[in-house]
Design a protein around this ligand. Structure first.
Ligand code: HEM
Length: 534
């Protein structure tokens, strides 16, 4: 039985230090006699520039902050392990999924999306659910959310979505909640977001605890087996404690009293030995079923209904150790959906494809240059060797004169042999296409699954969605935005739209003969037809 649970902790231990009862020194190791007073000319005299002890302390302090994540800035994380309960060698050659009982160390970070690093945990928002698996074949990151779909279908819209949801640029308000004109302006012109809006206005967006949230990979991914055969999969995390939420009124009160509510809950549970646990499941879609559904498997605004493809549980994750240092671990961790191991591959989902560019790019700024893979929490426990050199904050001391390939002087890089031994090779998918920017017609239905989700809710849950929309749209100052939103809601469910309209003192515009399917700008004729009925 392979149990690598402690490998990452052993790896981290070489960087750990404990200052208890240690003599105070400068960064150069010089013992400090007085850490309270600066060096001065006389007891009341001016401070002296030569005081290197003061200068070093202050300089370090002055540079203690790094940029927060551009999204998901607010988060909490913990160490743990992943155990295979149902191996799937027939589906994937991924080494960490081969044997029952096999254990892989993980670090998991939960987050809100829109708020800044110091914002409240209980905002109405999507929650990030990112898991780093330190496998023997390298790092695998499953960078998901607690909601199985997303707002947009194409990565090109992500900067717009985030600009719209973040605090408004003139006054930096609101800091965490989504209730403001710019967000709803964007959404009202982006009908593809309607399925996600139903989820974010539901109780799912105000979880009771990180321990009581589901997680989803959102995109369709591929698994590839040793015979180079592939299936499509959707990833699901299912919490042992079940899925629970708080009511919006409770969320607002908790936010006022304890903005660290989720952070504290996760920390305390782990300290007390109540280790949170999730099952990992997959929906398996055979390659030949790629075009069998009325929606497109590559469309991240759609789920694959569990009634048609049930979730097969393959393992469990337990979080059992809090970080020693929030900054070094939770803040400096760098997740990336492009961190995959042999046997796990991407689909052509245009949102996923764009994400594959964005994460390293942002981390180059956030973590100060190209060597952030050397930061202890990011370091692979599989050996790392390549010809990358230099750059800010390089830690590794590469010996020898050879940093290129091919070479005849340094022992080479036997990648032919590596491929034979199972190195990463992309799935050999056949692509025959024209370069275009148009979206496929198979991405066109924006309301079908939004309706299904709304109808799947109990009357109580439906009333929460109505109240959430009244609250959110009630804070929108621009009438045209509210009206456009009512128009979109009426395409999900007329009763829903009527009830929200009643709360707003507004009128639902006529149902369009031809529902809006594409992102529209208010100047277009289609958007014009959204004017209220008088
Ligand atoms: C974080 C980009 C969609 C889940 C981030 C970060 C960026 C980013 C730049 C900050 C990373 C860092 O500073 O380390 C994007 C882009 C997207 C996209 C461009 C779409 C084109 C998604 C989707 C999901 C997701 C669909 C869920 C499936 C996350 C999570 C984090 C994150 C969980 C926080 C990771 C952590 O805890 O450090 N994203 N994202 N993102 N993203 Fe995305």
């Amino acid at each position: 039985m392979k149990n690598f649970q402690d490998d990452k902790q052993r790896d981290l231990s070489i960087n750990k230090s404990d200052g208890t009862n240690k003599v105070l020194t400068t960064n150069q190791g010089i013992q400090i006699n007085d850490d309270n007073n600066t060096l001065k000319a006389g007891e009341r005299g001016p401070s002296l520039l030569e005081d290197f002890i003061f200068r070093e302390k202050m300089t370090h302090f002055d540079h203690e902050r790094i940029p927060e994540r551009v999204v998901h800035a607010r988060g909490s994380g913990a160490h743990g392990f992943f155990e295979v309960t149902n191996p799937i060698p027939e589906l994937t050659k991924a080494g960490f999924l081969q044997e029952k009982g096999q254990i892989t160390p993980v670090f998991t970070r939960f987050s809100t999306v829109a708020g800044s690093r110091g914002s409240t945990d209980l905002a109405r928002d999507v929650r990030g659910f990112a898991v780093k698996f330190y496998t023997q074949e390298g790092v695998y990151d499953l960078v998901g959310n607690n909601i199985p779909v997303f707002f947009i279908q194409d990565a090109n819209k992500f900067p717009d979505l985030v600009h719209a949801v973040k605090p408004e640029q003139d006054n930096e308000m609101p800091q965490a909640a989504s209730a403001h004109d710019t967000f709803w302006d964007f959404i009202s012109l982006m009908p593809e977001s309607m399925h996600m809006i139903m989820w974010t206005m539901s109780d799912r967006a105000i979880p009771r605890s990180y321990r009581m949230m589901e997680g989803f990979g959102v995109h369709t991914f591929r698994l590839v087996n040793a015979q180079e055969e592939s299936v499509f999969v959707k990833f699901h995390w299912k919490p042992k404690l079940g899925t629970h939420a708080v009511a919006w009124d409770e969320a607002q009160k908790i936010s006022g009293k304890n903005p660290d509510f989720h952070r504290e809950d996760l920390w305390e549970a782990i300290e007390m030995g109540n280790f949170p646990e999730w099952e990992l499941g997959i929906q398996i879609i055979p390659a030949e079923d790629e075009e069998k559904y009325e929606f497109d498997l590559l469309d991240p605004t759609k789920i694959v209904p569990e009634e048609s493809v049930p979730v097969t549980i393959i393992g469990r994750m337990v979080l059992n150790k809090n970080p020693d240092n929030f900054f070094s671990e939770t803040e400096q961790i760098a997740f990336h959906p492009g961190h995959v191991v042999p046997g796990i591959d991407f689909s052509n989902d245009p949102l996923l494809q764009g994400r594959l560019f964005s994460y390293t790019d942002t981390q180059l700024t956030r973590l100060g240059g190209p060597n952030f893979h050397e930061i202890p929490i990011n370091r692979s426990i599989a050996p790392v060797h390549n010809n990358q050199r230099d750059g800010f904050m390089r830690q590794e001391i590469n010996k020898g004169r050879v940093n290129y390939h091919p070479n005849s002087l340094g022992g080479g890089c036997p990648y032919q042999q590596q491929i034979a031994n199972g190195g990463f090779s992309s799935f050999n998918e056949r692509i025959e296409a024209h370069k275009v920017r148009e979206r496929s017609e198979s991405f066109a239905d924006h309301f079908g699954q939004a309706k299904l989700f709304f109808n799947s809710q109990t009357p109580e849950e439906k009333s929460h969605i109505v109240k959430a929309l009244r609250f959110e749209l009630g804070k929108v100052k621009t009438t045209a935005i509210r009206v456009r939103m009512l128009g979109l809601l009426s395409q999900v469910d007329t009763e829903l739209a009527e009830k929200v309209a009643l709360g707003l003192g507004a009128t639902v515009p006529p149902i369009l003969e031809k529902p809006i399917n594409k992102g529209v700008s208010p100047e277009t004729e289609e958007a014009g037809t959204q004017e209220p009925r008088t």
